[in-house]
Design a protein around this ligand. Structure first.
Ligand code: PAF
Length: 272
C-alpha cells in the first residue's frame, strides 16, 4: 500500500488506471469504513482511500479540532484490508489558496434535516468531494448510507455535473446493539455508548408506527419527545420519502434522526 500526500503523486500513481475505486473518508476509521473498502476491493480496480478532515464542512461550534485523527492507525487498518493507495493530503496541499469556488447544493435537498442544523455543511462536503473526484478520477466512489442525506446530495451533484463516476451506496454497519458505527462514537464514555443505541431504537419505533398508519407529524413529535425524555438534545426526527420529499403513505421511505448525547452529536436513519 502506498501513502500519497500530494495531488501530483496521486495523478502520477493512477495515470492509465481508469478503473480506480475511491472511498473518501475523514479518517478515524472503523468497521463501517472497512466495509466500504471491502466492497471497493470486490469491484476490481485499484482501491484509493482518502483521509482528510475537511475544515470546509465544519461550522463554527463544530468538532473540527477534536475530530479523531490518527493517520498511522488508519493506514495500518487499510493495509490489512488490501487498500492500494491512501491519499492523505495536508490542508495546504488540498487548499493551497482559500477555496473560493464552492459547490452550493440546492436548498430543497441540502437545506433540510442536516442542512437546516448545519448551515454550510453540504456545501463543504460537495466542494471537497468534487475536488477529490477531480484528483482521483475514479470509476466508482463509495459512500455509506449512514450519512443518507450526504449520499443523496453527492449523487445529485455527480448527476448534474455529469461527472464520469458511479456513486455506490453501502449499508450502515452497526454494533451488536444496533448503534450505527461512527468516528464520533469515539467521544462517547462507556456509559454513553450503552445509552447511544436509543437513537436507533427511537427510529425503529417510528418505522413501526408508520407501518401501523399513525400520522407522520405525531410519529416525528413522539420520537423527539422520547429523546428529550432520556435527556438527549434532539435536532430532528423526520419521516421522508427515499428522496427526502414528503412521505407518501404506502411508499418506501426513510426515517432520519440527529440528536446530541452530552457533547456528542449522532445521526442515524432507517429505510423502510
Ligand atoms: O462522510 C465523510 O466522511 C465526509 O463527509 C467526506 C465524504 C469524506 C467528505 O469530507
Amino acid at each position: 500500500m502506498r501513502i500519497l500526500e500530494t495531488v501530483a503523486s496521486v495523478r502520477d500513481a493512477l495515470s492509465g488506471q481508469p478503473r480506480a475505486v475511491f472511498v473518501p473518508t475523514m479518517g478515524g476509521l472503523h468497521e463501517g469504513h472497512l466495509a466500504l473498502v471491502r466492497r471497493a476491493r470486490a469491484l476490481g480496480g485499484p482501491v484509493v482511500v482518502s483521509v482528510f478532515v475537511n475544515r470546509l464542512q465544519f461550522g463554527a461550534g463544530d468538532d473540527f479540532v477534536r475530530y479523531p485523527r490518527d493517520v498511522q492507525q488508519d493506514c495500518a487498518l487499510l493495509a490489512r484490508e488490501g487498500c492500494d493507495y491512501v491519499f492523505a493530503p495536508s490542508e495546504a496541499e488540498l487548499y493551497p489558496t482559500p477555496q473560493v469556488y464552492r459547490v452550493v447544493p440546492p436548498a430543497p435537498l441540502a437545506g433540510v434535516l442536516e442542512g437546516a442544523f448545519r448551515p454550510g455543511f453540504f456545501e463543504g462536503v460537495c466542494t471537497v468531494v468534487l475536488k477529490l473526484l477531480a484528483i482521483v478520477g475514479p470509476r466508482y466512489a463509495l459512500f455509506g448510507k449512514k450519512d443518507y442525506q450526504q449520499l443523496l446530495v453527492v449523487q445529485s451533484m455527480v448527476q448534474q455535473f455529469a461527472l464520469p463516476v458511479e456513486i455506490m451506496a453501502v449499508e450502515t454497519v452497526r454494533d451488536v446493539h444496533g448503534l450505527a458505527l461512527s468516528s464520533r462514537n469515539a467521544y462517547l464514555s462507556p456509559a454513553q455508548r450503552a445509552e447511544a443505541v436509543l437513537l436507533h431504537q427511537v427510529l425503529l419505533a417510528a418505522t413501526e408506527r408508520v407501518a401501523a398508519g399513525a400520522p407522520i407529524a405525531h410519529i416525528e413529535a413522539d420520537a423527539v419527545n422520547a429523546l428529550l425524555a432520556a435527556q438527549w438534545a434532539p435536532d430532528y426526527v423526520g419521516v421522508r420519502s427515499r428522496h427526502l420529499s414528503d412521505y407518501v403513505p404506502g411508499q418506501p421511505g426513510v426515517v432520519l434522526g440527529a440528536a446530541s448525547l452530552g457533547q456528542t452529536r449522532l445521526i442515524d436513519n432507517i429505510e423502510f
